[in-house]
Design a protein around this ligand. Sequence first.
Ligand code: GLU
Length: 495
Amino acid sequence: MIVRTRVAPSPTGDPHVGTAYVALVNYCFAKQHGGRFLLRIEDTDRTRSTAASEAVILEALHWLGLAWDEGPDIGGPHGPYRQSERLEIYARYARELLENGAAFRCFCTPERLDAMRAEQIRNKRPPAYDGRCLPLTQEEIAANEAAGIPPVVRLRVPREGSVTIDDLLRGPIHFDWNNVDMQVLVKSDGWPTYHLANVVDDHLMEITHVMRGEEWLSSAPKHWLLYRAFGWQMPQIAHLPLLRNADKSKLSKRKNPTGILFYRRMGYLPEALANFLGLFSVPPLDGEEMMDLAAMVERFDLKHISLGGPVFDVKKLDWLNGRYLREKLDVKAFVERVRVWAGGEDVIDRIAALAQQRIERLSDLGPLCAFLFAGRVEITADQLRAGKLDDESLRKAFVLALAIFDALPEWEFDAIAAGVARIAEIVGAKVRDVVRPFYVAVTGSPQSLPLYDSMVLLGRDLVRERLRVALERLGGATGAETERWKKLLEADAAA
Ligand code: GLU
């Protein structure tokens, strides 16, 4: 048997360090066994998937040095490797499930499903499909279809009994069927959900080992049913513990930067970040934790993964990165890294063009441009408060900015400017008054290089982090405030 593993990110945002960690585990496992590592793009969520996100995911994984043997950019014998290009395949397998009774058509309206869920919650039962469409006869189905009601396809789940699934990390896990929902497999627009596409692809792409985040653990029994219905062998599976903050809470961007490209922008070396992520699944050799990819492939061991949750300890990453900078690069290589990190001549030209208009002596360049080469900038709440906005408006403006900027399909000047104008409108202030605290947050000073150009140059990840720090300086926002303020965006979009 040739070991085949994959990483299967959904292109719905910036690449997450968790994806890098999962990719690294799959890479090391495949390579250690002389196997192949695949990249598959799971873009069946049409409203959230973007080509731009796919491009940065590929870029980030490349940067980390995790080369795949088959994937959407390089092809391979089991392509296409992008799910949106495989719709006919899923349709064929969905028909097979309907024919052999493993799935059924469901015509329930969204209103009925909402009412059903509300009732279940009232009765303190977990929300789950109640099986209303299970007993529909062929005639009823035909009548619904003739009436033009678009069905979804749902998985038929036994109402009694249980299944035991072996997890390579956790051992046998027991699932009672009555806790497993009758998952939608095909949406009413004909697109498959993750579950159907994932199982069909893992089989057709001959994946032997599925190693994925533990958030997918509850999907395992559904996938088991699908493998059984198709008569296929289920790959071996392992659910990897999620990365955690030092306080053991789930790593989330509200508390910490989670984007791979943030770490690149901060000036971590890819080999240091890969090494750091590898330490969760690779034991050190004689106490030495510094290892290149080849050494990690050799020493990788699933048993080394602690289920308690790997802690993303930035101090450790700093320490390791410092060692890489000092110990692994001669001066020439170091200079070359700095050059690449700074963005090369094109970026220097762009910065110079912005700065030229704002200096009196060349020696003003250093202080004026330093923020473009820094990580976080030193700011105080008083600096942020010095303008016209009251505290609540300030905090609201930063919460809105984080949400709006995250959702921008492209990180570019006009979109950023439009975002800031929208924030001004929502908080009921002049754009000028909103721009001021953003200047402070992003550049460290109320006057600097043009704000939106600077934001483009800094990149979304670093801007996000500086805005997050600014919000923190102002005391942060509670979960309820964040929700309430984000709702203003929906209302605003609907208007
Ligand atoms: N598309 C899923 C994700 O984004 C993949 C989960 C899996 O590996 O099965 O995490």
